[in-house]
Design a protein around this ligand. Structure first.
Ligand SMILES: *Cc1c(COP(=O)(O)O)cnc(C)c1O
Length: 379
């Protein structure tokens, strides 16, 4: 079975793990954690980054730090991994689910502006969602599959409504938007994941990147139990969300090969794009002019759900991992009652997406076999 996405640990991973064991630094303090934070901050074009235990905990801490709390709403595209919505729920808030733009599968920027104008009002300096009477507290664009959302208009709208922006950039390390690095697109905070299936892994882990040093200091404090001084005094309800030195050891070894790993993902995307274009009924993943995707997951979009389902069957029978990907949030039991815009495009697109194996270690021969199986199924 050729899996969808597995890590390539052929660099210094084993050596750095050995160093952790020999130095006895296996927990949440250690030289690899500091080094990993520097490497991630540099790679994503942010002033600094705080390493955390996962992308999900990073999103939770980031939302908490920008003031999202119980009873609030956070604007979120419905087409995302459930971790984005769960991080909002962990704050006691709820997602306000928006439809996606069909040409990027990211937050629809026109809908964002129109809905905020039509469906909210200011009350005592608070932005209130009229239908639910809940405060709108933040916008969380998602860089789906590693492709940045159209951030300039999103930041413009966020400023007009005085809303903080926390970007779910979980799978987008390496992406650019209008030539700018992914951690430098105007969001207050951008959150990355280093889970085992992402382009760069730390076994598990995340990072919160930004430019506001005071905000990042607060997040570091918050994610390390909000402890002040050497005695056991804690000045708020904090979290134990720190990345361990063991995770960071793997993360550092991966970050040393960051450019190569992202290049491998882009090469795989290009191969699929050029060869799948010749198969009737299949089209490439979106590539809007504003961004260069990090190409975390590649594949095709099928003209119909039936075609996607039959292609999945053929691929699985031939020994390739081919799954349905993210089911949009408004279709998930915990979020069925969340406020939502009409979900025209989310509904229309999600079952037609056909992710294909795209590990950075995937060989050209393996990719050819996958494409041949698809060609045969179309014929
Ligand atoms: C992977 C991913 C996450 C979650 O990250 P974890 O490290 O697994 O917690 C969140 N959002 C998106 C869009 C992702 O792709």
């Amino acid at each position: 079975m050729i899996p969808l996405a597995i890590p390539d640990l052929s660099g210094n991973e084993a050596r750095y793990l050995q160093e952790c064991v020999e130095s006895n630094f296996v927990s949440s303090v250690g030289p690899f954690v500091d080094r990993f934070e520097d490497m991630v901050g540099d790679a994503v074009g942010a002033a600094a980054a705080v390493a955390v235990s996962s992308g999900t905990t990073g999103l939770h801490a980031a939302l908490n730090a920008v003031g999202v709390g119980p009873g609030d709403l956070v604007i979120l595209p419905a087409y995302t991994f459930i971790a984005s919505a769960n991080a909002i729920s962990h704050c006691g808030a709820k997602p306000w689910l928006f439809d996606i733009d069909p040409d990027s599968w990211t937050l629809d920027v026109n809908l964002l502006k129109e809905s905020l104008e039509a469906e909210t009002e200011l009350q005592d300096g608070r932005l209130i969602h009229r239908a639910s009477r809940q405060r709108v507290a933040a916008i969380m664009p998602v860089y789906a599959f590693g492709l940045p959302a159209d951030m300039n208009p999103i930041i413009e709208t966020a400023k007009a409504f005085s809303l903080p922006v926390v970007a779910d950039a979980a799978a987008a390390a390496g992406a650019t938007y209008k030539g700018r690095a992914v951690g430098d697109l105007g969001a207050d905070l951008s959150v990355f994941s280093f889970n085992g299936n992402k382009t760069v892994t730390a076994g598990g882990g995340g990072a919160i990147a930004g430019h506001d040093q005071a905000l990042l200091d607060r997040i570091r404090h918050l994610t390390t139990t909000a402890r002040v001084g050497p005695d056991y005094t804690h000045d708020q309800v904090g979290f134990n969300y720190r990345m361990t030195n063991l995770q960071a050891a793997v993360g550092c070894a991966q970050m040393e090969r960051f450019d190569g790993l992202v290049a491998a993902k882009r090469r795989i995307r290009e191969n699929y794009d050029t060869r799948l274009a010749r198969i009737p009924g299949l089209a490439a993943f979106p590539a809007p002019p504003w961004a260069e995707s990090a190409c975390w997951i590649s594949g095709a979009i099928c003209d119909t759900e039936q075609l996607a389902a039959s292609a999945r069957k053929v691929l699985i029978a031939a020994g390739f991992d081919a799954k349905l990907f993210w089911k949009p949030m408004h279709l998930q039991p915990p979020y069925a009652d969340a406020p939502a815009t009409a979900q025209t495009h989310s509904n229309e697109i999600w079952k037609r997406i056909l992710p294909l194996p795209n590990s950075t270690s995937l060989t050209q021969d393996e990719q050819d076999l996958i494409i041949d199986a698809l060609v045969a199924s179309a014929g």
